[in-house]
Design a protein around this ligand. Structure first.
Ligand code: G3P
Ligand code: MG
Length: 248
């Protein structure tokens, strides 16, 4: 089951053009012929998996407080579009299931980033993967990632055959090679603004695809591509796509 790695992944949908992590973002990415998107998933207080990035509501909704303290009913009262632009006023935070339905409708690949609130790492992965397992069939177009080692270990246990991306933070853990081997990862996801040619050279030895987040500048995409990066998470997938050198 080889991973059909994309060259461009729309970050949080297409976060440069539509509110991040929303159904509108998914449709926007599909409209610009992005073949894959990345979304963040976390749990409400009552364990409903929703597509949302931050631990708190202020930045991207009209609400306030911690997501982990809100029931799904609370979350559904919130408005998640007008912070971005008036033209998106009135849109809601989607559930994981709603997002998957839209992704399947648009025939997109998915990198689902498990983004647990603190202390909820295992249950977030369990709930999200359980739902995915019921509705997602095409496992060569699905990549699970997380900054949380516990969430990744849960993915290894629950869904051993699914592809896992090793999401490396700005500062790599000292034992990153051991972690990569233990998690049997299919791809590396690096911070494209904090990695060096030496970092990429080290990763190339693993002969796994290397993806860089979050790249919105064509010049940076070209530099990383020359170092050996295969694909890019971008808020502006169309801009980055146009700027890439064509493979030989
Ligand atoms: O998964 C790549 C990227 O999304 C990681 O950072 O904070 O945008 O979720 P963040
Ligand atoms: Mg993310």
């Amino acid at each position: 089951m080889p991973l059909k790695i994309p060259r461009i992944i729309g970050h949080r949908g297409a976060a440069g053009y539509a509110p991040e992590n929303t159904l509108e973002g998914i449709y926007t990415a599909a409209d610009m012929e992005t073949s894959w998107i990345e979304l963040d998933v976390k749990l409400t207080k009552d364990q409903i998996p929703i597509i949302f990035h931050d631990d708190t509501l202020e930045r991207t909704t009209n609400g306030s407080g911690n997501v982990a303290d809100m029931t799904f009913e609370d979350i559904r009262q919130l408005e998640a579009g007008s912070w971005f632009s008036d033209s998106f006023a009135g849109i809601q935070i989607p559930t994981l299931e709603e997002a998957i339905d839209a992704i399947l409708e648009c025939n997109l690949g998915l990198n689902l980033e498990i983004k647990p609130c603190l202390g909820r790492e295992k249950e977030t992965a369990e709930v999200a993967l359980d739902i995915l397992s019921q509705i997602w069939d095409d496992h060569d177009r699905l990549l699970i990632s997380s900054f949380s080692h516990i969430a990744m270990e849960t993915a290894l246990d629950m869904a051993h055959d699914w592809h896992r991306g090793f999401l490396l933070p700005e500062e790599w853990p000292e034992n990153w090679e051991d972690i990569a081997r233990y998690l049997e990862i299919s791809a590396f996801h690096v911070n494209g603004h904090h990695c060096t040619p030496e970092h990429i050279k080290t990763l190339l030895r693993f002969e796994k695809p290397i993806l860089a987040y979050t790249i919105n500048e064509p010049e940076q995409a070209q530099i990383l591509q020359q170092w050996g990066v295969d694909g890019f998470f971008s808020d502006t997938p169309d801009v980055i796509s146009e700027s890439l050198l064509q493979p030989h």
